[in-house]
Each structure stands twice: as structure tokens, then as C-alpha cells.
Design a protein around this ligand. Structure first.
Ligand SMILES: [Zn+2]
Length: 87
């Protein structure tokens, strides 16, 4: 939504909302893996061991969170909106 259409949560006006600043609050790396319980690591068991080739694939998610501050020029209400973005 374009910032000039932002609605003030206090007075409900859609005009006069000013964007003050955008601040980075957190950036984290998460690591997720496909469960490895189907991967047979011990291949010395002889026939009967099924290795269907499923591998653990690390998936790196980078989540960046921002705080964006707004001020309403009509009632001077200040508020913060949190934005998270995954690149
Ligand atoms: Zn307002």
C-alpha cells in the first residue's frame, strides 16, 4: 500500500500520514532440514537396508524485520508497523 494512503489508526484519516523512518530490527538465519530418518547411514547391515537416496538438504531462510514509524500530521499520533521480508 502506498504510504500516502496509510490510514491513521487513531483518527482514521488517510491523508497527512508521514513516514518517519524505517529501522532494521532483526536479521536472522534459520536452518531447516528435511528429516533424516529415512536416510540409512549404516550401510554395513547388508541386504535389506534401503537407502532411497533421501538427503538432508539445508534450507537457509533469511528473515529481515523492519520497524517503520509513521506520524499522523492531523492528530500527531505516532505508530510503528512491523514489516518482515524474506529474501
Ligand atoms: Zn491521526
Amino acid at each position: 500500500m502506498p504510504d500516502f494512503l496509510k490510514k491513521c489508526p487513531q483518527c482514521g484519516r488517510r491523508s497527512g500520514v508521514r513516514k518517519l523512518e524505517t529501522k532494521l530490527v532483526s536479521a536472522q538465519l534459520e536452518r531447516e532440514s528435511i528429516p533424516t530418518d529415512r536416510v540409512v547411514l549404516d550401510v554395513q547391515g547388508g541386504p535389506g537396508i534401503i537407502n532411497d537416496g533421501v538427503q538432508s538438504v539445508p534450507l537457509i531462510l533469511e528473515e529481515t524485520q523492519y520497524e517503520r514509524r509513521y506520524e499522523c500530521e492531523r492528530c500527531h499520533h505516532l505508530w510503528i508497523e512491523k514489516i518482515s521480508r524474506t529474501d
